[in-house]
Design a binder for this molecule. Structure first.
Ligand code: PEP
Ligand code: MN
Length: 332
């Protein structure tokens, strides 16, 4: 249950109520909200004088549900707006991993050429094998931040564990929680108080319910700016790397109030399919797509098979506007 307390309730009283109901208390100057497990369906009448509004739920998708907030949350990333009434579909591109200054700068320049506003790049990579490239770490984060200063691009980068989360918060505009890290409660909880938008990726073996509950950890920590990212789940099929769950995307759009970004690159795992799949994603009417691109994909130190080269990305990017228009959206 979500309970909005009446204005003017003292903090101490709200804290006592939270303790009694085993609720999370969200409090700022203007509002105090209690969030309890969805199993709680009613509160005692002695609370009547403090309760302004109550919302009852069937499962633990609460703060992020459309039942609570009808409109998709509006998220501002500097001069970029997604969600709300914007009708924007944000295109993000850049390499899987930051590998060198020349590499990341080539992709930053491609963004500037095409007016793409957000650059991606991993500095701390959660790899499947410990023997492959693990990312440049802090040096990679600093290169991203240099691209932000030099080209005015917004940056999204992944946090692998809680040890370097402060650095990712400082050097990025959107914090990415990866598919392999979405169960890390150190990360989820710190992101709850990060004061920056967070994009959380669905694990490849994660139920939609578990996915939205992970997002609830960030929301219930007080961060209102959470974006969901579907990046493919594991099915019986192995000709493609994963299977992009577009049915799940429909569920997320229908049931949650959180913007949704799709990642066709990790879903299919092969560059040949990324253009068609990206257009299919755009046609889903989502809030964004994140596409891996690299100056010379065959030499990439991670995810070489799925990254587009600059010409492939240019061609794809130019084909997106009509698809977005057909579903009442504009590419930003
Ligand atoms: C990535 O974005 O490069 C990445 C590692 O993605 P995922 O967490 O979806 O595997
Ligand atoms: Mn990758």
């Amino acid at each position: 249950m979500i309970i909005h307390l009446k204005p003017g309730i003292a903090k101490e009283k709200a804290e006592n109520l939270a303790k009694e109901l085993q609720a999370v208390l969200l409090a700022d100057e203007t509002k105090k909200i209690l969030v309890t497990p969805s199993a709680l369906k009613s509160v005692d009448s002695r609370f009547d004088d403090v309760v302004a509004e109550k919302f009852v739920f069937n499962d633990d998708l609460l703060l992020g549900s459309r039942q609570y907030r009808k409109k998709t949350r509006e998220i501002r990333i500097g001069n970029i707006l997604i969600g709300g009434d914007s009708g924007h579909t944000l295109v993000i591109t850049g390499p899987c991993s930051v590998e060198s200054e020349t590499q990341i700068e080539t992709m930053a320049r491609l963004c500037v050429e095409l007016a793409v506003k957000m650059l991606r790049g991993g500095a701390f990579k959660p790899r499947t094998s410990p023997y492959t490239f693990q990312g440049l770490g802090t040096a990679g984060s600093k290169l991203l931040s240099r691209m932000r200063e030099k080209y005015g691009l917004k940056i999204i980068s992944e946090v692998r564990d809680a040890t370097h989360i402060e650095e990712i918060i400082e050097y990025s505009d959107v914090i990415q929680i990866g598919a392999k890290s979405m169960y890390d409660h150190g990360i989820l909880r710190r992101c709850g108080s990060a004061g920056k938008p967070v994009m959380i990726k669905r694990g490849f073996g994660t139920l939609l319910q578990e996915f939205v509950q992970a997002a609830e950890f960030i929301l219930s920590g007080g961060n209102e700016n959470v974006i969901l990212c579907e990046r493919g789940i594991r099915t019986f099929e192995n000709k493609t790397r994963f299977t992009l769950d577009l049915c799940g995307v429909s569920y997320l759009k229908e049931k949650t109030n959180l913007p949704v970004i799709l990642d066709p690159s990790h879903a299919i795992g092969y560059a040949y399919g990324v253009p068609d799949l990206t257009r299919a994603c755009i046609a889903m009417g989502v809030d964004g797509v994140i596409i891996e691109s690299h100056p010379d994909p065959k030499t990439a130190l991670s995810d070489a098979s799925q990254q587009l080269n600059p010409d492939e990305f240019r061609k794809l990017y130019k084909s997106l506007a009509p698809v977005a228009k057909a579903v009442g959206r504009i590419i930003v």
